[in-house]
Design a protein around this ligand. Structure first.
Ligand SMILES: Nc1ncnc2c1ncn2[C@@H]1O[C@H](COP(=O)(O)OP(=O)(O)OP(=O)(O)O)[C@@H](O)[C@H]1O
Ligand SMILES: [Mg+2]
Length: 414
């Protein structure tokens, strides 16, 4: 079934013009557009002649869209709703991502950004046509998985693990994995992958108002290992361009076009990390078996709890594990944290060799005798792979970033 009729709940002249222009450019595929000024008229029209799609802008009361989505999803067959929004157009005290996520949960099918582009309109219609123009209720969302590596101590192996996990996943799913180097001021992913990116996260951030799924793919650097990379900014000044809002937007778009979005982070708990966690299906907390790190992890787990980041979305990795007198054993750590250690990576000299050569460990085969790091790496990759991309599922619960609002200055928690 092709969407032939689209009803738009708006009497804003400018929006009508934008939609008309975008639709005309679709040529033969162009649907008929009908504009209605208020909700009652909309419902009447929908009841008498159900359209293939309803479009509604987020107005002064952004929650209205969610309500409308629910109402339309209750029709049999359900009527698809897409919401129109102006990026960064919400009032200061309204969080764009929560509004969008609430709208999605309520059954909103998709989003169109102002100014309306023909490409986005076409993608939206194509997607609807592909699924027979029907919205399911509650809406089934298919997204890639977002996986983040964090620690509050530097040098524990986040980047090593993020890069190798991404490469390993990309060997199984070429072109379907994006690595985001969110270690903004000290990114090493490009070096570990031996690529010289033409554009970085700060270039992507500079396009914040135009960003869409296609741009994310285009601006990511392709690496010889099948994984795409959004590299860290070139220096600390450029890194300042990348804030939590734009990073959330990048991740939100990226998971629509990649099956896996792997995020490396900087060992400091700031808004950027919180925003990333907010969208993460899973966070791997990386640590070593030395006392100061363990004490740091205790605090980190506490902060995650206060932020409302659920324990079931956390997993623990013990990296560079070494049996040296004075080092803690795995069971000591488990007991102290009251948690299971999910993955243990030994110290392996080959990791350093691989880092220096720009050829990640994950490209090697276990059969070649590189058992040490590679065996648990395979386990970690299986773990993420088994999350299963593009399944119908609930969105992760939102972390309440307000919890750190009071002390918005970057602060390290040690
Ligand atoms: N299992 C391992 N065996 C041996 N060396 C390792 C292992 N894991 C990581 N390393 C080495 O430890 C160093 C630090 O690792 P990495 O850069 O991945 O840590 P990080 O947590 O990302 O650091 P930062 O907090 O500075 O971003 C690197 O030289 C890396 O090659
Ligand atoms: Mg790092």
């Amino acid at each position: 079934m092709t969407v032939q009729e689209v009803v738009i709940l708006s009497d804003e002249h400018q929006l009508q013009m934008e939609l008309q222009t975008a639709a005309e450019a679709l040529g033969e595929q162009q649907p008929r557009l009908r504009f209605v000024g208020d909700r009652r008229a909309l419902m009447e029209l929908v009841r008498s002649k159900p359209p293939g799609l309803v479009l509604a802008p987020f107005g002064d009361a952004p929650g209205e869209v969610a309500r409308l989505a629910k109402e339309l999803a209750a029709f049999d067959p359900p009527i698809a709703l897409a919401a129109i929004f102006q990026p960064y157009g919400f009032p200061e005290d309204v969080s764009e991502s929560s509004v969008l996520i609430d709208a999605m949960r309520a059954g909103t099918r998709d989003f169109l950004r102002r100014p309306i582009s023909t490409t986005e309109l076409r993608t939206l219609l194509d997607n609807l046509n592909a699924t027979n123009g029907r919205a399911s209720h509650p809406r089934s969302i298919t997204f890639g998985r977002v996986v983040t590596f964090i620690s509050n101590k530097g040098g524990v192996g986040k980047s090593t693990l993020a890069v190798n996990t991404a490469v390993g996943l990309a060997r199984r799913h070429p072109g379907r994995v994006l690595l985001i180097d969110g270690s903004l001021q000290m990114g090493v992913a490009a070096a570990l992958l031996d690529v010289q990116p033409e554009s970085t996260l700060s270039d992507v951030a500079a396009e914040r108002d135009r960003l869409d799924v296609t741009m994310i793919r285009q601006m990511a650097t392709q690496t010889p290992y099948g994984v795409h990379l959004l590299a860290a900014p070139r220096d600390a000044v450029e890194a300042m361009e990348v804030d939590d809002t734009v990073l959330s937007r990048i991740i939100t778009l990226a998971r629509r076009t990649f099956d896996f979005v792997i995020v490396d982070t900087f060992p400091m708990f700031d808004r950027v990390v919180v925003a990333t966690l907010d969208l993460s299906d899973r966070a791997y907390i990386v640590m070593e078996n030395v006392v100061p790190t363990l004490l740091g992890v205790v605090k980190l787990l506490d902060v995650l709890e206060r932020l409302g980041f659920p324990a079931e979305r956390q997993k623990l990795i013990l990296n560079r594990a070494q049996r040296i007198a004075g080092n803690l054993s795995q069971s000591d750590i488990s007991a102290r944290l009251g948690r299971t250690i999910d993955h243990v990576f030994p110290f392996d000299k080959q990791v350093i060799v691989a880092a220096n050569s720009g050829e990640p460990m994950a490209t090697r085969s276990i059969g070649l005798g590189f058992g040490g790091f590679l065996r648990p790496l395979r386990g970690l990759i299986d773990d993420i792979d088994s999350l299963g991309p593009r399944e119908n599922r609930e969105l992760p619960r939102i972390v309440h970033a307000v919890a750190i609002e009071d002390h918005s200055q970057k602060h390290e928690i040690r």
